[in-house]
Design a protein around this ligand. Structure first.
Ligand code: SF4
Length: 357
């Protein structure tokens, strides 16, 4: 071509601005918007808004936590729910969740153990004595078999006859028939975690799908049992995937969300992962609260390591309204008395059992 081709005039910029480009203006806004949308109207944040909150700079963290605390007080009240947890069967699970020392596929030092009924009742009684309103029976399994369902039937009956406490269960994926059986037994809450965002789940588990977990959660919801559906953060997911998870949990609308921070267990594929930064953990707590204003948001595993004592306090003043006392199945948590003393110190009333019935 003899003549130089004329360059087309620059098309108007159509691509959406990236977060970092918009951050200076919108960070000021996102908390103002959240105040109006979540605190005033009780409407949860969208996934994009959650992401904005999760990427707020450190110097806005205090403000974020204060807003999350206000939202918690406004939509859940001042009380803190306390729950005990005991394992009916520990270890030897056939699934390969990469964070879990109970998987039989890794070399982590958790033995396969079954608990008997008198021990179960004893643990329920000890839990009730701490003031806890809920006692959760957990088994490390893909889903319950006949033997486990029979053990549950006997165990739940024995506890209900001997101890004044709500019984919850966490037994993996369920069939519709098993959901109905648990309702019959009088199990009032079922725990089944999503753990990770749909887009990140295949990096975490290969032996079952995110969709299978989601389906169990939906069946539980529809059955009338309360649904407790947890998240585990700090597994190498991106902040976008963390926001995705919060939004997916928001869609599911569980009654309760236990929030776990990865405690890398030796012998598991995630055993060498670094701990999550405390400031990121606190941002996550507050963002989860703004994503689910009415949900019970529970401190679960890993928070001692990730947050320490000071951070634990910040989280309780930043959106958390429930704690688990005692051990977290495979790792020792704090002494229940320490948690109860902290709640007393913060003048947070413990939710009475009859208030949850
Ligand atoms: S998280 Fe549950 S299903 Fe996965 S390996 Fe551990 S006990 Fe098994």
């Amino acid at each position: 071509m003899g003549q130089q081709e004329k360059k087309p005039t620059q098309a108007p910029r159509l691509r959406p601005m990236t977060l970092s480009e918009t951050r200076p203006e919108t960070t000021v806004d996102v908390l103002a918007v959240a105040r109006e949308q979540v605190l005033e109207r009780g409407e949860r944040l969208t996934e994009a808004q959650i992401l904005e909150v999760m990427t707020l700079p450190d110097d806005r963290l205090e403000e974020l936590l204060a807003l999350a605390h206000e939202v918690r007080l406004a939509w859940c009240g001042p009380e803190i729910e306390v729950e005990g947890i005991v394992s009916l069967k520990t270890g030897g699970c056939p699934e390969d969740c990469h964070f879990c020392s109970q998987s039989g596929q890794f070399t982590s030092p958790v033995r396969s153990v079954w608990l008997d009924i008198p021990e179960l009742v004893k643990a329920a009684r000890a839990t009730a004595e701490t003031g806890a309103s809920e006692f959760c029976i957990v088994a490390a399994v893909r889903g319950p078999d006949e033997r486990l369902m029979t053990q549950m039937r006997d165990g739940v009956k024995a506890i209900r006859e001997a101890v004044d406490i709500n019984v919850a269960a966490s037994l993996g994926m369920l069939s519709q028939e098993q959901v109905d059986d648990l309702v019959d037994m009088g199990v009032h809450r079922y725990n089944h975690n999503l753990e990770a965002a749909r887009s990140y789940f295949p990096q975490v588990v290969t032996t079952h799908s995110w969709q299978e977990r989601w389906d169990t959660c939906e069946m539980v919801r529809a059955s009338g049992m309360e649904l407790c559906c947890g998240a585990l953060v700090g597994m190498g997911e991106t902040v976008e995937q963390r926001a995705e998870l919060a939004a997916q949990l928001g869609d599911l609308e569980p009654d309760e969300v236990p929030l776990n921070f990865l405690n890398p267990r030796p012998g598991t594929p995630f055993g060498d992962m670094p701990l999550m930064e405390a400031s990121d953990a606190l941002r996550t707590i507050a963002a989860f609260r703004l994503a689910m204003p009415r949900t019970i948001l529970r401190y679960a595993g890993g928070r001692e390591l990730t947050l320490g004592d000071l951070g634990t306090r910040d989280g309780l003043l930043g959106g958390i309204n429930a704690v688990i006392v005692g051990n977290y199945l495979t790792t020792l948590g704090r002494d229940p008395r320490e948690d109860l003393a902290l709640l007393d110190d913060l003048q947070m009333p413990i939710k009475a059992l009859n208030a949850t019935l």
